[in-house]
Design a protein around this ligand. Structure first.
Ligand code: COA
Length: 170
């Protein structure tokens, strides 16, 4: 049973939200992924890395706020709901449901089916998606961003064992 958070306000992310999003993402990433991803990925998931990753995603990000506090965010990339993160105290309150619905609606503007990748061991997230009507469609070796390989080598990735979840959104 999910509680309701009537004071929750959703709005497009702004540049001055970047630091709050980076801090929330950094903590939430550890909560959802520690022990479930290759150890080599950890050194690419410091707070400084999230500070780099947030600004390019701001135009595709919606934040959930309670008063002045950012308590969660969702980021969409084409048909992928790329990130859904909720601050620890706001988990289990329905904030995540509202954010995911927002992400699904954004995908539905252009696509019939939304997808997302979730680490195999992230059981809380997997239960959440299942409750929201997403189905476990396939195994997926997700190529997680892992910094740059040097000036001439472009971005590198670390492969994470994930499940691909899908949902018909229109
Ligand atoms: C994933 C996330 C957005 C879900 O939001 P939430 O508010 O926690 O979700 P809910 O509490 O509504 O639902 C979680 C489900 O997992 C269950 N659960 C709670 N704690 C759990 C745990 N430690 N292990 C497994 N399941 C757990 C809940 O009972 C609930 O299942 P139910 O609806 O069948 O009872 C949120 O937990 C989060 O931000 N996690 C860290 C970041 C993350 O992993 N993001 C997703 C990346 S793919």
């Amino acid at each position: 049973m999910v509680a309701h958070t009537p004071d929750l306000v959703l709005r497009p992310a702004r540049p001055d939200d970047a630091e709050a999003i980076a801090v929330l993402w950094h903590q939430g990433w550890r909560d959802g992924h520690a022990g479930h991803v290759p150890a080599e990925l950890y050194r690419h998931r410091r707070l400084a890395d999230f500070r780099d990753r947030v600004p390019p995603r701001l135009p595709a990000t919606t934040v959930g706020t309670l008063g002045a506090r950012v308590v969660g965010f969702v980021t969409v990339s084409d048909d992928e709901v790329e990130q859904v993160y909720v601050a620890g105290p706001a988990r289990g309150t329905g904030v995540a449901d509202t954010l995911l619905t927002t992400g699904e609606r954004a995908v539905a503007e252009r696509f019939d089916i939304a997808w997302l990748a979730v680490a195999v061991g992230n059981t809380r997230a997997r239960r959440f998606y299942a409750r929201r009507g997403w189905h476990d469609a396939a195994a997926l070796d997700y190529r997680a961003e892992a910094g740059t390989g040097g000036p001439d080598r472009g971005a590198t990735t670390v492969t994470v064992a994930c499940r691909r979840y899908e949902k018909r959104v229109r």
